[in-house]
Design a protein around this ligand. Sequence first.
Ligand SMILES: Cc1cc2nc3c(=O)[nH]c(=O)nc-3n(C[C@H](O)[C@H](O)[C@H](O)COP(=O)(O)O)c2cc1C
Length: 173
Amino acid sequence: MAQELTTEDGVVDALRLRKALGTFVSGVTIVTTEVDGEVHGMTANAFTSVSLDPPLVLVSIAAAAKMDDRIKQSGRYGVSILCKQQEDLSLHFAGARLKQPIAPEFQWRKGVPLVKGALVHFACTVTDSHPAGDHTLHVGHVDALYHEHGDPLVFFTGSFKSLNFQGETTWEF
Ligand SMILES: Cc1cc2nc3c(=O)[nH]c(=O)nc-3n(C[C@H](O)[C@H](O)[C@H](O)COP(=O)(O)O)c2cc1C
């Protein structure tokens, strides 16, 4: 059990918040957009569904990240949900210096760039951008989606994992 999270004082600071939120398992996405003919990408796990009808999703982007202004400029973004083989892409688009640099390839869907080889592509048009603390919540209408089979890349307590499915699921939603 994580000792530092079991204290009773309820203190909220950036480190404890990050650690606590890191126990909420997520997938990993690359958010992409195009500005002045140039493609930009950023690794993000603050991605969520918002509405089925109309189809809306949301990405939460740090106001300090270059991607925030770029999405505001273009009014469009792509979300590529990564598969377990794409860990190097997630590091690349988080600004890490890889020992073996990579050259990501993009695929265009409805005028939006997306990362090749991902499990899911969402091509989105921004409907609302809400400032929220030090982030901006960019709500996007899903104009098109493309879904491949495969296993997702998973992020948990600050590191990448892959799922090992064992046995049958008890519930299907
Ligand atoms: C697994 C993972 C998830 C991340 N999720 C987010 C996120 O949801 N929102 C965000 O603003 N930054 C997130 N980041 C950090 C950005 O990827 C990183 O700060 C990036 O370098 C910002 O790039 P930019 O300033 O060039 O746009 C994440 C990083 C990693 C490794």
